[in-house]
Write a protein that binds this ligand. Sequence first.
Ligand SMILES: [Zn+2]
Length: 342
Amino acid sequence: MPFCDIIGHDLPIRSLKAALGQGRLAHAYLFHGEPHIGKFFTATRLAQALNCDHPSSLEQFDGCGLCRSCLQVASRTYPDYVVIESDQESAVPQIKIDQIREIEQQLIYRPLIGERKICLIDDADRLTIGAANALLKTLEEPPGYGLFILISSRPQALPITIRSRCQALRFTPPTHAQAERTLIAQRNISQAEARFLTLYSDRRIGEALTLDIETLHAQQRECLDLVAPSTLQSITTVLTVAEQLAKSGRSAEVLGWLSHWIRDLMVVIVGGDLDYLLHLDQLDQLHRYAKRADSDILLELLNEIERTEQQATRHLNMHMALETILLRLRDGLGVTRTEVTT
Ligand SMILES: [Zn+2]
């Protein structure tokens, strides 16, 4: 798929095309911005554009996406294209020094087919200190045919010495309309489903393209049961639900949904734009809660949920954390003070 299939990212792409057109491509780029919005996708397209068997005019500089070279880049089998990733299987994914040494070895030799050896480092902020130092040496004296593309959603976590050696290109999420149009076209789904996925993923199109809608709806129903007055009115029920959830292994998903629901409620409380409510069909209930809710407690609760999500992989007592969150939710929604009927 050529550049023209990328959703949004007009500015970084224009900048890359201008550099290509003028023959002034930097030797190292840092593509940064939120996760799952198309940084990796764009980097792959750039590698295709540089190696396509049927190159377009310099101005239109683009890859066809269909030729042997473009397909090999997409499947990561193109000889002059290397992708380095962190080990996602480990508890703390890292990019190790051995992986950088491997690139160094490959960079000794000139490209086999194309004009450049392209090295894409995904989640570059996961470089160990040793790996970052090794990479820095290469970035300081790169061979003329080397092109590095570092990708990161946490660029501030990269050593400044590395950042200063890269030309930074910032990627921003597509608009809601762009994301919805893409989802309708690529997933063949309804406007309502596209809206749902766009809001749930917060326009992270890479994520929205792969999410299972039925699973999400099931999680959403579970969250709505949780915030129903019939659940929250009884402390015994709240504690039982916390226990069941902790045992279920689905706490993270439900907490994610709870976070979305609370944010929707905050939008209603402050009189924000209802177009962006994920739970738009629950508007009546949100309005009822909005009248009695304590927004300070709810904001604190959002932070608490975020902290719990971050610590969920460590030795956190999830049962206790859920109890605290649900009891706090009860306070924040004013269920203890006034009955809210459905
Ligand atoms: Zn091609």
